[in-house]
Write a protein that binds this ligand. Structure first.
Ligand code: HEM
Ligand code: SF4
Ligand code: SF4
Length: 702
């Protein structure tokens, strides 16, 4: 249901774009290869930026400012391209995912690119998020704190990593530098996965057509000039930003952290990814039986191996003692039963005797002898001097309605299953006056390579090719999506007209490419303007959502209150002195004054804001034996102004009362990042870092 709805939306949009870009340059059919193209843009621009980038947290901001302001004509453009190409990558990858899903190109052998695509999503987001971190502006500050708090919610780190960004006194440059390295390492892993992603497919397209590539690059450069990517105000950990210009492509899920807990969001994303991974088997594809090799007729020429789009065929040493070196072998799990290998096999010729019409390879459910019978039977009743047999692909929509007294329609799994010798048979034995091959949209064959191989076989560019004696004016092709069936109908009409008129008087047969109809097209200037408008609209969308709408992190009358420290509570049992007798029994090298059992009490903590308890929790000690410090990290958005804070801590396992308690009246300014710390060895709680945080009135502990 969802799939069908999505599919019809895609087909409609693709149809509109095809009017402007033409079938070969339609961006929709190149979203996968555009992903690769954008990856290279991001890589090249990233290397350039890195040359000028200072990985130190204090210098990073200035080094990028230099690029954007002093070297705007090159460095600034590189930086903008880096950002916008990364955003565009999210767009094309998401469209690629949805498109493959809607076209149902994820099941059977296609599970492999689907499943390897899922980690690519995670890598893509990891690259983008760490990238924003490196700018060390206010967005970076938000990203650093939100990401580390979110990671901490998993509860696997002994000490919250968000403490690295607690306030300017805690800022850890090393953690920042680590991000720079992650930002470089993840794309390398991503490239490896991108390579793995296409391994199961033969002849994968990893480069978009050159014209389309230049058009996309040109659009991104134009966007970079109109809306250069800039940093926001520099990060200042002592203040929390009120709002940040937000990249909605990469940070989409972050605002959800305001409404659901970090753990829930992790569970949703991991659960979503697992579900996505399992989609190819929900339900599994009921495949037709795989292709089978008939060794008696296989001469080991390897053409089936060269043409199989799914890498299902391998050539192996001969096993039947025949004089040939090799034979074809089909991997049943990888075979998608498209039949393209049958069209490639030189022994699949209908000119052979019926009894001998068993090719080297064929589909058990669609034997080639049966195809010849169907062609002969379907063309028999045809009348007129414009009789056409249409070989139609199972994925090109319902073309059976094309049949009429002068037209026979023969369905097949993929038109490339048709050996060119069948076209020769139809024309030379006069079963029909012309052959129309109707397959999927150009560059978008459901079986990946069907229309490409068919075109090349007819144009004698690929073996087995159509013999020269077949007049190419009697062979037409129509490449159209299921939403463009009217085009095939129009092609058929024009083709029959052509058959009636072109052959009225004798003429030399034409070789070369197949006949193509003159379909109505927009005038060239209109196409150009339309294509520019589509690319421009995408650029506006990318430029807009790369920073807008801003995300309101804190209201203008709020401050941030953080409670964060690490404290080793008292041991479960107090240490005691060894007696002289005990000491005497100990080996010399193990003698110490005291002995302590492992294990500490948890830290129990309460924080009241103006008499209302806003934090009450027990924090377990770290370590396998619960003998490490307990770590506390909690963050609250509170109204700015005068507040009374009361904090109480128990670290000795006592049943009632507290070991430390402190209170203070603090005046918080809007946007202030106020930290309540605890240092057992320095008298207990500390409220903020006076004087940087404004007036603090600390009262005596009880
Ligand atoms: C960095 C991200 C990605 C890039 C650059 C990328 C690129 C490509 C390319 C170049 C192809 C080959 C097209 C061809 O065979 O001619 C492909 C195929 C495919 N991709 Fe991706 N892809 C990415 C992410 C994903 C994701 C996230 C999914 C889904 C979870 C996915 C699912 C598929 C599927 C199912 C195919 C096979 C299509 C077919 O058999 O016709 N890809 N991808
Ligand atoms: S039918 Fe032939 S070409 Fe198609 S996937 Fe199977 S082996 Fe490959
Ligand atoms: S194309 Fe036919 S003859 Fe050639 S290797 Fe494949 S099965 Fe054998």
């Amino acid at each position: 249901m969802l799939k069908t709805a999505l599919r019809s939306v895609f087909l409609r949009l693709e149809q509109v774009c095809e009017k402007f870009f033409g079938p070969a340059l339609n961006p929709w059919v190149h979203v996968g290869s555009l992903g690769w193209f954008l990856f290279w843009i991001v890589t090249v621009t990233g290397i350039y930026i890195y040359v000028f980038f200072d990985t130190g947290v204090t210098q990073a901001y200035a080094s990028l400012e230099y690029l954007s302001r002093e070297q705007w004509y090159l460095g600034g453009i590189m930086r903008s391209l880096h950002r916008y190409a990364s955003d565009a990558m999210v767009v094309v990858v998401m469209l690629h995912l949805l498109r493959e899903f809607s076209m149902d190109r994820m099941r059977g052998n296609r599970w492999f690119p689907w499943v390897t695509g899922v980690p690519l999503l995670w890598f893509l987001y990891a690259c983008g998020i760490t990238g924003y971190w490196l700018v060390w502006d206010q967005l970076a500050q938000y990203v650093a704190i939100a990401t580390t708090e979110w990671l901490d919610s998993i509860g696997i780190f002994a000490e919250p990593i968000a403490r690295n960004f607690l306030d300017s006194s805690h800022l850890a440059g090393r953690f920042f530098t680590l991000m720079a390295y992650i930002h470089i390492a993840v794309p390398l892993i991503m490239l490896l996965f991108m390579w793995v992603h296409i391994q199961r497919h033969a002849h994968s397209r990893v480069n978009p057509p050159r014209t389309l590539g230049f058009a996309v690059l040109g659009t991104l450069v134009a966007l970079a000039l109109v809306e250069p990517a800039m940093s926001q105000a520099p990060a200042n950990l002592d203040r929390a930003p009120f709002e940040v210009g937000f990249d909605w492509f990469y940070l989409t899920v972050y605002p959800l952290l305001d409404v659901v807990s970090g753990r829930v969001l992790w569970a949703a994303l991991i659960g979503g990814s697992v579900f996505l991974t399992l989609l190819p088997w929900l339900p599994p594809l009921h495949k037709a039986p795989p292709a089978v090799v008939h060794l008696d007729n296989c001469n080991g020429c390897g053409r089936c191996f060269a043409d199989c789009p799914f890498g299902a065929i391998t050539m192996v040493g001969r096993t039947d003692g025949a004089e040939f070196d090799q034979e074809a072998r089909v991997d049943a799990d990888m075979c998608m039963s498209c039949g393209i290998c049958v069209g490639a096999c030189p022994t699949a010729t209908p000119f052979r005797r019926a009894s001998a019409l068993v090719p080297g390879i064929e589909l058990p459910t669609d034997p080639i002898a049966g195809l010849r019978d169907r062609v002969v039977a379907a063309t028999g009743p045809l009348q007129g001097n414009d009789r056409v047999v249409v070989f139609r692909c199972a994925h090109a929509g319902n073309l059976d309605t094309l049949a009429d007294p002068g037209v026979a329609v023969v369905p097949m799994p993929c038109v490339a299953m048709l050996p060119p010798s069948f076209i020769d048979l139809v024309i030379s034995r006069k079963h029909a006056d012309g052959v129309l091959i109707a397959g999927c949209a150009e560059e978008d064959c459901f079986e990946r390579l069907g229309n490409r191989w068919t075109d090349e076989r007819i144009a004698s560019q690929r073996d087995p090719h159509l013999r020269d004696r077949v007049d190419r004016d009697r062979v037409a092709v129509s490449w159209a999506s299921p939403a463009q069936q009217h085009r095939t109908r129009e092609t058929l009409g024009q083709f029959r007209q052509h058959l009636r008129t072109a052959f009225a008087s004798p003429r030399p047969g034409r070789t070369g490419v197949a006949w193509r109809a003159q379909l109505r097209e927009l005038a060239a200037p209109l196409r150009f303007v339309g294509a520019a408008a589509v690319l421009g609209a995408v650029a506006v969308l990318i430029g807009w959502f790369a920073t807008r709408p801003a995300y309101a992190y804190l209201h203008h009358d709020q401050a941030l209150l953080k409670l964060s420290f690490s404290h080793a509570a008292q041991p479960l049992k107090p240490c005691r002195h060894y007696s002289p007798q005990e000491l005497a029994k100990l080996p010399f090298n193990q003698r110490r004054a005291t002995t302590c059992e492992r294990g500490r009490w948890p830290v129990y903590l309460e924080l009241d804001l103006d008499g209302r308890t806003i934090h009450r929790a027990t924090h377990r000690p770290a370590g396998l034996w619960d003998d490490g410090p307990s770590t506390v990290y909690a963050s609250f958005r509170v109204p700015a102004g005068l507040h009374r804070l009361e904090v109480r801590l128990r670290d000795s396992g006592r049943a009632t009362g507290f070991d430390y308690a402190s209170s203070a009246t603090v005046s918080l300014t809007p946007g202030q990042n106020f930290v309540v710390d605890f240092r057992g060895t320095e008298g207990g709680f500390q409220f903020g870092r006076a004087p940087a945080h404004g007036p603090v009135v600390q009262e005596t502990p009880p």
